[in-house]
Design a protein around this ligand. Structure first.
Ligand SMILES: NC(=O)C1=CN([C@@H]2O[C@H](COP(=O)(O)OP(=O)(O)OC[C@H]3O[C@@H](n4cnc5c(N)ncnc54)[C@H](OP(=O)(O)O)[C@@H]3O)[C@@H](O)[C@H]2O)C=CC1
Ligand SMILES: O=C(O)C1=N[C@H](C(=O)O)C[C@H](O)C1
Length: 273
């Protein structure tokens, strides 16, 4: 059996980080070698205990670069899974690539310019990097159905609904969904009337090819998205609901395994399925 893939989790104490600790600990071909988080409340705590499983003898640290440096010493080249914050993710990914550690990025909020820059950096370093706005298979299927529907409908709007701890809006998933629809080579929602907004922003934000995205933030939500197509006399609604963050784990584990085979940056779960 080949040596297990060494994995560092950045944002390990967060909602997603704790799920990833559990998933990695249960995967026989992966081994947790580092757990990084900036939140001082969790420093020094055992990653396994924090995630509600057995102790893993991996304490939470706030030192990303020394942890990357330590992982480089492992027999197998490592992977950094990042579920942190839009403000830090670009720097984290550059650091990992500089150390030869392959990033699997779930954190959203990177600008398209930042993604382009990271793609060039990963390419020059011949290092695999995966940026995945949504790790759930349900969202990939929703997006595929939306692309099929877009061949028949000219009018579409996206509503994304999330918990109110989410830092970025719109969601990375909504941005990617709009980008995929825009790649179909048409401009949506031809104007029917001259619109005015009595309350600024009430018609949502404009993404590529005239697609509007509306963001809802409420306690009680986890992550939800609707893509609504309209035509005279009919509405076609696609909806995905997350009820547990465990739904992302098969995608995260797949990405960790796939990124070790890449030499460049790849964006989107659908590209590695
Ligand atoms: N791609 C996907 O499928 C999914 C993506 N996400 C995305 O993942 C990200 C994290 O989500 P979630 O787990 O819910 O968020 P949480 O706030 O629960 O967790 C993030 C953790 O990372 C810490 N952190 C923030 N910045 C840094 C940094 N620069 N270095 C190290 N640690 C840091 C936070 O500390 P502190 O508490 O001090 O801020 C916190 O402990 C978000 O961008 C979210 O949109 C979420 C779900 C699925
Ligand atoms: O913050 C979240 O929770 C989520 N973020 C991702 C996004 O911005 O699309 C993925 C999922 O929607 C959950």
């Amino acid at each position: 059996m080949p040596n297990p893939i060494p994995v560092i989790i950045n944002g390990a104490a967060g909602k997603m980080g704790r799920e990833v600790i559990k998933a990695v600990a249960q995967a026989p071909d992966l081994t947790l070698v580092g757990a990084v988080d900036r939140n001082p409340a969790w420093l020094g705590q055992d990653a396994g205990e924090l995630a509600g499983i057995e102790p893993l003898e991996i304490p939470i640290t706030d030192q990303l670069e020394p942890t990357l440096g330590m992982a480089v010493q492992e027999r197998e080249l490592g992977v950094m899974v990042d579920f942190t914050h839009p403000s830090g993710v670009y720097h984290n990914v550059r650091s990992a690539i500089a150390y030869g550690i392959r990033p699997v990025v779930g954190t959203t909020g990177l600008s398209s310019e930042q993604i382009q820059d990271l793609a060039e950096f990963a390419d020059k370093a011949s290092t695999g990097c995966l940026i995945i706005p949504n790790f759930s298979i349900g969202v990939v299927l929703l997006q595929q159905a939306a692309l099929q529907a877009s061949r028949h409908f000219d009018h579409v709007e996206i509503i994304e609904l999330h918990h109110n701890q989410k830092a970025d809006a719109p969601s990375g998933t909504a941005i990617q969904t709009a980008e995929l629809l825009a790649e179909m080579g048409k401009t949506y929602n031809p104007a029917q009337v001259q619109e005015t907004e009595t309350i600024p922003g009430v018609r949502g934000g404009l993404a590529a090819e005239n697609i509007r995205i509306h963001s809802v933030r409420l306690p009680g939500l986890i992550a939800h998205q609707e893509v609504i197509f309209g035509a005279p006399g009919q509405i076609y609604t696609l909806r995905h609901d997350t009820s547990d963050r465990a739904c992302y784990m098969p995608g995260v584990l797949l990405a960790i395994r796939k990124v070790t085979q890449l030499k460049n940056l790849v964006y989107g779960l659908e590209k590695i399925l």
